[in-house]
Write a protein that binds this ligand. Structure first.
Ligand code: BTN
Length: 270
C-alpha cells in the first residue's frame, strides 16, 4: 500500500500484472512533460502495442480541447498506452469509449459510489470529475498507425490541494472513499481492465461494448446542452451510434450526430 506522497511500487506493478497485450513493457518516469507526448515519441520510433508510460508527475499534462490536466507529484495516476488497433481511422473513437468502460469498471471497484460516464470520456462521481481520457491518433486517410490512450485519475488529491479552478468541479477517489487509495493497485487493475476490454472490443465488436458503455451513461433520454467549438446545441440525449458519436434529438424529432463537444446536463441524470 502506498502512503500519501509515496511513489508507485514498480516491482509489485510488474510482478502483479496479468495481461495478454498491455504492459509487457513499462516506462516509469518520475517527471515528464506529458505521458501522451512521451508515448507518441516512442510510437513514432517504433514503440510496440501495449507499451505503457506512467509518470509520478507531469509539467504539461494535457486535457481535451486544449485544456491542461493538473498533475501534482505522487498524488494521482498519469499514464498513456500505445495501441495499434486494426480499425479504420473513422472507428478510432471506439477506443476512447472502450477505455471509458474499463476506467469506470476500475473506479467502481475502489469506491462505494457508482461512477458515471459523461460523453465522451469523463468519469464523474456524484456530478464531479474524477478521471479523464485523452486519445490522440496518428493516421493516414484510410489507415490508423497508432492511438495514444492517455488516462488521468485523481486518486489521493485532497480538495485543499486542488487549484481553485477545479476545486468545485473535480473530486478524487480518496475524497469519495474517505481513505487513501493504493495507486499501485489502482494502476494494476486499470491496465488489466483495459487489456480485457480491448480484447472484448476486438472479439465481440463495438455494439456489445456500446451496451456496457450505456450502462454507465446516466443522461440517456435527458435534456442536455452540448458546447461545440463553433456553436451550442440542445436536445434529448439518445445515446451513441456505431462510431461513438452522441445522438441528440431536438424538439422536432430531428436527430443529429455530435462528434466532439462538452455535454452539460439540463436535468438530473437517472
Ligand atoms: C480530459 O478529461 O480532458 C482528459 C485528461 C487526460 C489526462 C491524462 S493524464 C495522462 C495523459 N497525459 C496527458 O498529458 N494527458 C493524459
Amino acid at each position: 500500500m502506498n502512503g500519501l506522497g509515496e511513489p508507485l511500487d514498480c516491482e509489485m506493478f510488474e510482478k502483479g500484472l496479468r495481461t495478454r497485450r498491455l504492459g509487457k513493457k513499462i516506462h516509469y518516469l518520475s517527471e515528464v512533460d506529458s505521458t501522451n507526448l512521451y508515448a507518441r515519441n516512442l510510437a513514432e520510433e517504433g514503440g510496440l502495442e501495449g507499451e505503457v508510460v506512467i509518470a509520478e508527475s507531469q509539467s504539461r499534462g494535457k486535457g481535451r480541447l486544449g485544456r491542461s490536466w493538473v498533475s501534482p507529484a505522487k498524488r494521482n495516476l498519469y499514464l498513456s498506452v500505445i495501441l495499434r488497433p486494426k480499425l479504420s481511422p473513422l472507428h478510432a473513437p471506439q477506443i476512447t469509449l472502450m477505455s471509458a468502460v474499463a476506467l469506470a469498471e476500475t473506479i467502481q471497484s475502489f469506491i462505494p459510489l457508482p461512477p458515471e460516464i459523461k460523453w465522451p470520456n469523463d468519469i464523474l462521481v456524484g456530478g464531479k470529475k474524477v478521471a479523464g481520457i485523452l486519445t490522440e491518433s496518428s493516421c493516414a486517410a484510410d489507415r490508423l498507425f497508432f492511438v495514444i490512450l492517455g488516462i488521468g485519475v485523481n486518486v489521493n488529491f485532497p480538495r485543499e490541494e486542488m487549484p481553485e479552478s477545479i476545486r468545485d468541479t473535480a473530486t478524487s477517489l480518496m475524497t469519495l472513499s474517505g481513505a487513501l487509495v493504493d495507486r499501485t493497485a489502482l494502476a494494476l487493475q486499470l491496465i488489466q481492465n483495459l487489456d480485457r476490454c480491448y480484447g472484448d472490443l476486438e472479439g465481440h465488436g463495438f455494439p456489445a461494448m456500446a451496451e456496457r458503455w450505456s450502462g454507465f451513461f446516466r443522461l440517456q433520454g435527458k435534456r442536455v446542452k452540448v458546447e461545440m467549438m463553433d456553436q451550442d446545441v440542445q436536445g434529448k440525449a439518445i445515446g451513441i451510434d456505431g462510431d461513438g458519436a452522441l445522438i441528440l434529438e431536438d424538439e422536432t424529432g430531428t436527430r443529429r450526430r455530435i462528434v466532439a463537444g462538452d455535454v452539460i446536463p439540463l436535468e438530473p441524470g437517472r
